[in-house]
Structure formats: C-alpha cells, structure tokens
Design a protein around this ligand. Structure first.
Ligand code: GAP
Length: 492
C-alpha cells in the first residue's frame, strides 16, 4: 500500500475513533449531517475546553501586559468594509446563462469528481480535485472556467455548458438584523475574531489602563462559507479562533514578530508536539496589510498544514477603522511624548484545528499483552495529562468486599480537584482499555491489599505499568501531573 494511502487510512481511523469515543460528531447527523460543521461530544468538549483554558492562561496569566475580551459575533456592518472583508474575502462561482442558476465552482467540480468515483475512476477524481485546488490557489479564474468546459460539466437544470465567466464569491455568511424586512440591515457572522479586538482597542486600553506594548486576547466563534471544506475539523464553516493582537510602537514590529514566533512555537512544543513535526512556513505573497507573516504548520497525516498564523499587520486595521468610523484611534506614548496609530502583531490559532493536531498526535497503537498473556495491539490516546478529558478513573477491583465504598470515597475526594470518573462494572482489563481509548492518563484501583495496608494500584496509560501508592498520597501525586499549572510551567 502506498504511503499516501496509509496516511489516508490512518486519518480515517482517527476520524472514526473521534466519533466512536465521543470526541467529535458530524453536526445534525440524523439528518445526514451538515457539510463542514461538527459537534463536540462528552470527551471532545473536555479536551477542547482544556486546550482553550491552556491558551487563555498562557496568554493572559503568564503575560502581565495581555488582557482578554469577549466581543459579540455580530458587529456593525461597516466593520467588514473597513477590514476589507466585504471586497476581498472571496471564492469563485459561475452562472449558467440558460437556466440563470448560479453555482459554486467547487460544488460543480466535486459533483464531477464523485461521478468519476461512481464510475470506478478514482484517479480521474483525484486528478480533477488536485488540478482545481492548484488553480484555486493561483486564483486563475479563467483556467478554472476552462477546466469546467474541458470536463464537459453541464448545468443540472438546463443541461447546457453555456457558462459565464468565473467570478469571486464572498466567504462571509450574512443575515438580517431587525424585525421588519424593509427596515432590516444586512449584517455578517464574523469571519475572524480579530476585528472585535481592533474596534475595542481604545475601550480596553483606557479601561484596563494598558501601556504599549500590550495585547488583547480573545477566544470565540468565527464563520466562513468555505469553498473547499474537507479534512474533518481542519476546515470548517463554523469554527473557533484563539487570537491575540499585540499593540506596539511603529518600527518595532519585526522585532516583536520574531519574539512572538518563538513564544508561539514554544507553546506548541509544550503541547507535546515533537519539533520535527512543526515548522514555520513563511508567506512569500503578503496580504496587503502585512509586512511579515508566517504559519506554524503541523505534519498532519494528510500533509504539513497551517495550524496557526503569525502576522505583522502594521497599522492597517486601526487606521482603517479610524477612517471609516471617523473617530480618532490613536495612542499617546508617554515615554516618547508622541501620539501614533499602534502597529500590531497578531497570533491566530484555530481551536478546532489545534484540537485535530492533538488528536492526530495522540493516536497511538502499541503491541500489548492481553489478560490471557497474548500479544495484541493496544490503542490509546497519548494526550498530555493536563489536557486529557478525564484525568483519573477510580475503580474497585471487584464489586464486593467493601472495595466500592473505599473507591467511591476516594473518587468523591478527587472530583473537587480534577475531572475524575468512577466505574465498577466489567472486568478490570476492559475498564483500563476503555480509559486508554479516551486518553485517561491514570487509573487508580482499590483492591484487597488496600483493605490491609491502605495502598492502591496506580496504572499508567502510556506503558500500562502499575505500582502501589499510599491512598493518602494519591491526590497530591495526581495534582503534580494533571494540573494546568504543571503545563504552564513548561512555558517558563
Ligand atoms: N485574524 C487572522 C485570521 O483569521 P487565518 O489564517 O484566516 O487568519 C487563522 O485564520 C487560523 O484560524 C488558522 O491558522 C486556522 O487555525 C483557523 N482557521 C481558519 N479558517 C478555518 C476553518 N475554516 N476551519 C477551521 N479553522 C480555521
């Protein structure tokens, strides 16, 4: 089997695992799902919350010059004119002149590709998708139209190939605000959280008495009507961003840009991602507002892809908001006795994409030994303990002899400090396996020896080894390993 096929299989296995073990479900699955929209299950929400909490604490708690905000998803429509999203945030579409119907080009191409699949021509399907993606990257709209003609793609309504030029289609979702249709205004679901920070720059700077250099951090939903929505939670239409805008003196931006690149790479390493799987991808072609930009890429099973963007955004956004709002957005720098529009370094990471990175990195298969002593494959999620959905599972070895009472007492004590679960059904090996599959780093078993000497068995997820510990030491032993503090200290 080719390496690509192997990687594709591995990725599909991880996606299936995510569903089976309560991490991620397709949205509205009973109605066959909604493309590129996903729901997080009982374990997924814990992992995602832990991840967000780690990002939030690492930004706000560890940097005394960064504060947070939580801006609304809906914003004044002029925000998106000022930011450039109304005019420049596009993907291609095409109209059929006979039926007057409009299509997203990716839908037509995908339809043709699935036709090839049905005809048992998977290579043709792949070739078509690859060619389309290449042209899309180059924004070569004329060649995209030619591809549609060469592929003899016809309008499903008129049956003709009488197509217009390919034109750009805005990725923002719009809706109406106001109850009466005639009075209603079109507003957008924000395509990035950053603008909520820019428009609140002065509010935060003044109310929190911040002095430049300082940052504003935010975690929140963003929405994009993505044209190529594939690869699970990698590219979604509704997703969450964790963004930080760092406001600085003009002229210092390249220095700060380098600093933030280093800080952010260290953060990814603290997540347990090996250095060889992370790399910077420097943007050759810069957005009009940036004077330096790069991505932190992770080696996903489907290739090395962006997880986070670090951008030196100059004073573009604040200046544009000043221009459009006609309100002065300036900072008076006491130190140099000058007023200026601050420059900005942005760090922007998708929570869902980062979650997917963690899942891909954690999925591990090992040769293990089953209860009968036979060799068998063991699957577990090697999540770092502070992020694991469940930190500890407490088990009585058997459901009798007073063991459950003792185990419940320990569980009731631990649950105030960390996410713990108690389970007494099924054989102990099966209970360990269930915890391995969701990434629980530690299991604590109360057995007959506990009744004699008050020690318990601690079982480690990663090598399935076991040792005994006095029951009164269990809480501190766990806290040292599973707390967010332990993880934050890695950044010191
Ligand atoms: N404010 C800058 C900004 O939004 P971006 O590169 O478009 O920059 C930043 O997005 C991050 O948001 C990406 O690195 C990615 O992690 C995440 N992201 C963007 N679009 C996404 C999508 N459709 N689905 C999931 N995550 C996405």
């Amino acid at each position: 089997m080719s390496a690509d096929k192997n990687h594709e299989n591995l990725f599909q296995t991880i996606v299936a695992h995510a569903k089976e073990y309560g991490f991620v479900f397709p949205s509205s699955e009973i109605y066959d799902g909604l493309a590129a929209v996903y729901d997080y299950g009982s374990n997924g929400v814990e992992l995602k919350n832990n991840l967000k909490q780690f990002w939030w604490s690492s930004m706000t708690q560890l940097h005394d010059n960064i504060v947070g905000i939580d801006a609304a998803i809906f914003m004044h429509p002029t925000v998106w004119k000022a930011s450039g999203h109304v005019d420049g945030f596009n993907d291609p579409m095409i109209d059929n002149k006979d039926s007057k119907k409009r299509y997203r080009v990716d839908h037509l191409i995908e339809e043709k590709a699935s036709q090839y699949q049905k005809e048992n021509k998977p290579q043709e399907a792949q070739r078509l998708l690859d060619t389309f993606n290449e042209l899309l990257k180059k924004e070569d709209l004329e060649s995209i139209r030619n591809l549609i003609l060469e592929e003899k793609i016809v309008c499903p309504v008129s049956g003709t190939a009488n197509w217009t030029e390919v034109r750009q289609f805005n990725l923002m979702f719009s809706t109406q605000i106001g109850s009466v249709a005639e009075e209603a205004n079109t507003i957008y679901l924000r395509p990035e959280t950053a603008q909520g920070i820019f428009v609140n720059f002065l509010n935060v700077q003044k109310s929190a008495r911040m002095k430049i250099p300082f940052g504003i951090a935010q975690i929140g939903k963003a929405f994009r009507n993505e044209i190529v929505a594939r690869q699970f939670t990698f590219r979604m239409r509704e997703f969450e961003q964790m963004e930080m805008q760092f406001f600085i003196r003009p002229g210092t931006e390249l220095e700060w840009y380098e600093k933030w690149k280093e800080i952010r790479l260290r953060w990814h390493r603290a997540l347990g991602i090996p250095a060889e799987k992370l790399k910077f991808h420097v943007h050759e072609k810069l957005a009009h507002y940036a004077n330096a930009a790069c991505d932190i890429e992770y080696a996903f099973p489907f290739g090395s892809k962006e997880v986070e963007g670090i951008h030196s955004r100059t004073d573009y956004d604040l200046s544009r908001h000043e221009q459009y709002s006609k309100k002065k957005i300036k900072y008076f720098d006491e130190e140099i006795k000058q007023s200026y529009t601050p420059y900005v370094i942005e760090t922007s990471i998708g929570a869902d994409r980062c979650f997917l990175m963690l899942l891909c990195e954690a999925y591990t298969t090992d040769k293990g030994i089953d209860a009968e002593g036979n060799e068998k494959e063991r699957i577990y999620l090697k999540l770092i303990p502070a992020l694991a959905p469940i930190k500890v599972a407490v088990f009585p070895l058997v459901k009798k002899d007073g063991l459950p009472d003792k185990a419940i007492k320990l569980y009731n004590d631990l649950k105030f400090e960390m996410r713990a679960i108690y389970e007494e059904g099924a054989a102990i090996g099966k209970r360990y396996t269930r915890q391995d599959l969701i990434g629980t780093p530690y299991c604590v078993t109360i057995d007959h020896q506990t009744l004699e000497d008050d020690t318990v068995t601690i079982r480690l997820r990663d090598d399935a080894s076991q040792f005994r510990l006095p029951i009164d030491k269990v809480k501190d032993w766990l806290l040292e390993r599973v707390s967010l503090q332990a993880l934050l200290k890695k950044l010191a």
